[in-house]
Design a protein around this ligand. Structure first.
Ligand SMILES: Cc1ncc(COP(=O)(O)O)c(C=O)c1O
Length: 381
């Protein structure tokens, strides 16, 4: 039998049948009235997920494109930027800003821990004031969630801009773009939006626009003024991936039909079940409960052969987990549990993980992790 691949990586995630079916619809012209009405409706629905009234753009690119769009449109070369870094994706956001010519000051926190808001407060009081703060909401390399609301409160009524990477959390968690004062909010399609990779989303606040007007655009593709002009007509300036947009319509309809609060609650339940399961197997979690992600969980494999374990799981059971990045290379497994995932898959993946650990000689009691996860799912209904 050809093995199925069961995607438990933090993106790309499984794509629901209705979304797959929508993507094979015959193409429509990207300058047609039908397209304009589709794009307008997609923007409106995506704003509900972002909890924003700000302008919102849908790019044909991966999430990194939208990170770069936010940076190149809001910063001039030499502008001072404070990058709050809790892992690999925070480092990458800083690298994008550096490459675009910003003067980046990195405020780093230990991997597995969130941003310490007190330290950020002290840094801002001390000065000099940065032009912008870069923050990763859900640090996918460690499974840590950062407190965007508190950082937002520090800068909301100041000229400092807040750029937030919510690529691995938007759609799965309660993210309040406007209440939290986020000027540039970014996400991508291949995670909780349940789509293949290829779309990225960016919202821009009024404060963000005021800054954009002072910046000489350095990206042609991602020139936000061009996107705004075309967006006003219901179009995108360049040819969009229409098939993915059909898929987005189906995915958003699915999310909104379930209800965003229910979707967020479901992600919380899956995360708690996975955390209970992994702990009962004897694996140590990278993030503590207090700041643990609802979409991705990283756990140490004590014998330090995490990549070998992942290879076994993929070869023998078709279970695809992600590995450690940077300083966590080969010492952790990362399990994505977002988007189109149900109880059966959560429990099945834990059962198979136990088998893989056992085959690797790890002292695991078969069923111990599954039992804890079952108990949690049973209790939480
Ligand atoms: C937090 C975060 N930022 C950025 C990225 C990069 O996104 P993409 O690969 O879609 O460009 C990822 C992808 O995993 C991510 O999880």
């Amino acid at each position: 039998m050809q093995r199925k691949q069961h995607l438990f990586i933090p993106g790309p995630t499984p794509v629901p049948p209705a979304v797959r079916a929508a993507m094979v619809r015959p193409l429509i012209g990207h300058r047609s009235c039908e397209f304009a009405s589709l794009q307008r409706s997609l923007v409106k629905k995506t704003k509900q997920v972002f909890q924003t009234e700000n302008d919102l753009f849908i790019f044909t690119s991966s999430g990194t494109g939208a990170l770069e769009a936010a940076v190149t449109n809001s910063l001039n070369p030499g502008d001072k930027v404070l990058a709050l870094i809790t892992g690999q994706f925070g480092q990458r956001f800083a690298a994008i800003a550096r490459q675009c010519g910003a003067e980046v000051e990195a405020l780093e926190f230990p991997w597995g821990k969130p941003v310490d808001v007190k330290k950020v407060t002290e840094r801002l009081v001390q000065g000099p004031q940065p032009k912008a703060i870069l923050l990763t909401h859900n640090e996918t390399s460690t499974g840590v969630v950062n407190d965007v609301a508190s950082i937002g409160a520090l800068v909301k009524n100041t000229p400092v801009l807040l750029l937030v990477d919510a690529i691995s959390s938007m759609g799965a968690m309660d993210i309040r773009t406007d209440d939290w004062g986020v000027d540039f909010m970014i996400t991508g399609s291949q995670k909780a939006f349940m789509l293949p990779p290829g779309l990225a989303f960016l919202s821009v606040s009024a404060k963000g626009w005021a800054q954009i007007e002072t910046v000489r655009p350095r990206s042609f593709y991602f020139n936000l003024e061009a996107w705004q002009q075309s967006g006003a007509q219901g179009f995108s300036p360049w040819t969009p991936n229409v098939s993915l947009l059909f898929g987005l319509e189906a995915a958003l309809d699915q999310l909104l039909a379930e209800g965003l609060e229910q979707v967020w609650a479901r992600h919380g339940r899956w995360a708690r079940a996975v955390r209970a399961g992994l702990t009962a197997m004897g694996l140590k979690l990278v993030a503590e409960d207090e700041w643990a992600s609802n979409t991705v969980t990283a756990a140490y494999v004590q014998n330090g052969r995490a990549d070998e374990l992942r290879a076994t799981l993929e070869r023998d059971f078709g279970l695809c987990l992600a590995g450690g990045k940077g300083e966590l290379s080969d010492s952790v497994i990362r399990m994505g549990h977002m988007g189109y995932v149900d109880e059966l898959e959560i429990l099945g993946s834990l059962a198979v993980l136990e088998l893989g650990l056992k085959r690797q000689g790890y002292p695991v009691h078969l069923g111990a992790g599954v039992a804890q996860a079952q108990k949690l799912i049973y209790q939480e209904g």
